[in-house]
Design a protein around this ligand. Sequence first.
Ligand SMILES: [Fe+2]
Ligand SMILES: [Fe+2]
Ligand SMILES: [Fe+2]
Ligand SMILES: [Fe+2]
Length: 389
Amino acid sequence: MAFNPFAERGIPIEKQWDPIKRIVQDPYDKERVDELSRLRVIDTYGMENEQWYFYHQLARHTDNDEIREAVALIRRTEDQHRSEASFLFDPTTTILELTIAYEHLAVAITAAAAKDEPDPYIRQVFDYGLLEDYDHLFRFSILLDRLERLDANSITRRLVEIKPGRPTWEEHLHPRDTLRNFFDARKADPLTRLHALSILAPEQQTRQYYASEGYWLKDQAARQLYAEIGQIEEQHVSQYESIIDPRSSWLEMAIDHEYNEIYTYHGFLQTERDPKMKGVWEDHLAEELEHLRIWNELYNKYEGKDGRQLWPEQLPKPIALEPAQQINDYVKQVLANQVNLRAAGKNFVPKDRLPADWPSGPYRQNIDAGNSPSTNYQPPQGPVGGVRL
Ligand SMILES: [Fe+2]
Ligand SMILES: [Fe+2]
Ligand SMILES: [Fe+2]
Ligand SMILES: [Fe+2]
């Protein structure tokens, strides 16, 4: 059924704030939760955190009192949304167990978006990051087996194959090699713009997760692996934010953020099997609709334009995390064709054809990437847990 984000009615803003007991619902059970529901919770947490960061920045860059007030009202809901998502996590989950789910999400969402991405250059950018998160999943799976004697497949439920990608120690890039060309928001396919926003938020969340949790591990080699992969996630955040057109106004960016939330929750509702999660996504969706309406009204008032000039009235195709076979087939094909590509400036070239003055060469020597912690997480000799080689 057609769903028009500009016409559907939401919940009035003054009715959006929930009692604390409702924000903190019973967590899911990590043994029984549908793995795709778990990925949606992580995704939601990342997206709502991005809303929170974005609205605090917006508040610091406007002197318009009406906009300042709208930000304060909407941001309170976003803050509640992220709390609600985070309290759904099973508190018996270890840092490393959740790490596996984070990397599973990165692989699944990037592959799902890339396979439907209409812009070939942007698809190439997604493919590049995909093979790196794919490798992180593998290295962390070895760590999980060593430290907790746990098979990572018991977390991913075998929805994704766990195999080496672009080796993590070869992923390190000079900051200059992490920037990409940005699309033109007025000409780009709406799907391209939604894919970019939808991948950026969980990558940012992953980077923050490794920064805020990695130091709790007691094992020194594990701490170093978190520090190393955290650096690659920082590169991913830099890469993905650099493809988004930076020329939009603050109000346009606010509309983009809300439209993306609506797109995400509406997409979740197409496939969510867990009735409790379904209720959460429905509540959030109804609240995001009102956020979009408020921003569109202010966009009309202060810039004389309408959000429908920015976004279609029918939501584009959602990012589908299933069927898993399609995700795995896509990764397999990218792995076969692109594992030897390296980012050089804003382009991707085979590693045997890199320019002599490639900035990432000396950068890698300087950080000793050839000897970095991830090199200790090679494929094991004998069978280790259920890691598939
Ligand atoms: Fe939200
Ligand atoms: Fe990753
Ligand atoms: Fe990543
Ligand atoms: Fe929102």
